[in-house]
Design a protein around this ligand. Structure first.
Ligand code: FES
Length: 143
């Protein structure tokens, strides 16, 4: 018995097939909340965050923030960016695109600016942005 015969015997037609196919796969995922009342420090002399000393690199904090250092140019120097790592569409972790200094979600191709604003969906709301202050090898992230 093939799938069509099976569904036919269950009394389901094409609509049933669509419903059957969506069960468990079409519902909206729970998006983790962006961290709030953040006041953390990252020590870039540690293995976990040493790559943040290199322009174009990024890292994730333990509380759900992606931190990146832009590549920069002679007229626009490198700077640190920090936004919530959870895509506002379905909560998948975003990545940093060093060439354009924005954030990208590989799940369904949402793109966010360096400040977390939506550049293209399906995400409909911005990533929460945080303030980053560098003091020597320490980054302080607040927001
Ligand atoms: S979860 Fe990021 S675009 Fe869908």
């Amino acid at each position: 018995m093939d799938r069509k015969e099976f569904l036919s015997q269950l009394g389901m037609g094409a609509a049933g097939l669509v419903l059957f196919g969506c069960m468990g796969g079409c519902e909206k995922e729970t998006v983790p909340a962006a961290p709030t009342n953040v006041n953390i420090t990252l020590d870039m002399t540690t293995t976990a965050y040493a790559k943040l000393l290199t322009p174009g690199q990024f890292a994730y904090t333990s509380n759900g923030i992606i931190v990146a250092l832009t590549i920069g140019t002679t007229t626009n120097p490198s700077k640190y960016l920090a936004v919530s790592q959870y895509c506002t569409h379905q909560g998948v972790t975003v990545e940093f695109l060093s060439g354009s200094s924005d954030f990208y979600c590989t799940a369904h191709n949402s793109r966010f600016s360096s400040t977390g604003a939506v550049m293209s969906g399906p995400a409909g709301s911005a990533l929460k942005q945080y303030t980053v202050v560098q003091t020597d090898n320490i980054l302080t992230i607040t927001g």
